[in-house]
Design a protein around this ligand. Structure first.
Ligand SMILES: Cc1ncc(COP(=O)(O)O)c(C=O)c1O
Length: 388
């Protein structure tokens, strides 16, 4: 018998990948599947970004790079953050990673150990809790409620902080709910955090450019008093339709950037070189493709929310950001997992049960609207028929 480390048994997963595999298997058997389960844009990476990677390979950029990323990329990130959020960022505090996920992994491993507490959004991106459990820390849920548009309550977050709290993970705009937190709530939270100087914050801002109806993104980097304890995660995956390239970054507090780089050295050495050049082209090149994509998501958002609200037993609040709708499905009489399976096998519509995103996701199902309006309408018609 192989003897594995005990903490491995506590590592969770991201069920969206399982749904994807099951949907693909059903499709291979000839069933028609509309995929509203997958958390990635259905658009192509813009051509000028692809060309930059090809050019980089032709120019001989195929070796290792510095573990924290090539300087021109980190400078481009700093310039982009200045443009978008009006903040000064030292490129030395930017650590480029293969996607957004490694930042979570590293940040949680830096703070998590038995005896520590880490707070995370529930329903939320499942990897947060998975890695907190893996680290041995106690995972403390921040419950996101439908009646608040799935934004956290600053008062509630602050009231849950204890002497053992080391890290608070926040995500706006959010997966799986599409919730976007208003500035007043951030202000309240930041003010309250002044009384807890030993608590770090991981702000997952990967959907920062996907906001609707005039909402503006609030970055935690904009709060100067917190800069020595905020880890701000963002990246290229969603904004530039680059999920498979594996490119993300975080701005770390000065004291932690070197440690994050050290974890990168131990883990993956660096992000592959041509992808980093593609990342520069994405940030410095034309932004119209990214803007058009958000406009398309906005149109789909309106369609899917109105259509979901017409299904008997469904109730869907307006998602303020990202590309997810998270309707309450309690009125159907099914639990989330049963309904997810029923919709996949009987209606040929892939979705993800809310319980894949935490205990407080029961009663909800996630729809990704990274699909065409026609497919979305078709999927809703299938669901209506299936639930008749
Ligand atoms: C909230 C959130 N953060 C981070 C990520 C990870 O992004 P990446 O693919 O760049 O690792 C995702 C991906 O779905 C996400 O939804």
């Amino acid at each position: 018998m192989l003897k594995l480390a005990e903490n491995l048994s506590r590592l969770g997963t991201e069920t969206a990948f399982e749904v994807l595999a099951r949907a693909a298997a059903l499709e291979a058997q000839g069933q028609s599947i509309i995929n509203l389960g997958i958390g990635q844009p259905d658009f192509k990476t813009p051509d000028h970004i692809v060309e930059a990677a090809i050019q980089a390979l032709r120019d001989g950029h195929h070796g290792y790079t510095p573990a924290n990323g090539i300087l021109p990329l980190r400078e481009a990130v700093a310039a982009d953050l200045h443009r978008r959020h009006g903040v000064e960022v030292n490129p030395d505090h930017v650590v480029v990673q293969p996607g957004g996920k490694p930042t979570m992994f590293f940040a949680i491993l830096m703070f998590g150990e038995p005896g520590a507490e880490i707070m995370y959004p529930d329903p939320g991106f499942p990897i947060y809790k998975s890695v907190i459990d893996y680290s041995g820390a106690k995972a403390v849920p921040i419950i996101l409620r439908e009646e608040n548009g799935f934004a956290f309550s600053a008062t509630e977050v602050l009231s849950q902080i204890t002497a053992k709290t080391r890290l608070i993970i926040l995500n706006s705009p959010a997966n799986p709910t599409g919730g976007a937190v208003a500035k007043a709530e951030w202000d309240k939270l930041v003010e309250g955090l002044g009384a807890h100087p030993n608590v770090a914050i991981l702000s997952d801002e990967i959907y920062s450019q996907m906001l609707y109806e005039g909402r503006e993104h609030v970055s935690l980097l904009q709060y100067g008093d917190l800069r020595d304890r905020v880890i701000m995660l963002d990246g290229w995956s969603k904004t530039y339709a680059m999920t498979g390239w594996r490119l993300g970054y975080a701005v770390w507090p000065e004291a932690l950037a070197e440690r994050a780089t050290r974890l990168a050295v131990n883990c993956h050495s660096c992000v592959n070189a041509p992808t980093q050049f593609a990342g520069i082209a994405a940030l410095e090149g034309p932004q119209d493709a990214a803007r058009d994509m958000v406009a398309a998501f906005d149109e789909r958002r309106r369609v899917i929310v109105s259509e979901l609200n017409q299904i008997a037993g469904f109730r869907c609040v307006d998602p303020g950001g990202a590309f997810y709708a998270f309707p309450n499905i309690e009125g159907t009489g099914f639990d989330a997992r049963t309904l997810q399976d029923k919709l996949l096998t009987e209606a040929g519509v892939a979705t993800v049960a809310g319980t894949s995103f935490g205990d407080y996701g029961e009663g909800y199902i996630r729809f990704s609207y990274a699909n065409s309006v026609d497919n979305i309408r078709d999927a809703i018609a299938r669901i209506k028929q299936c639930l008749q």
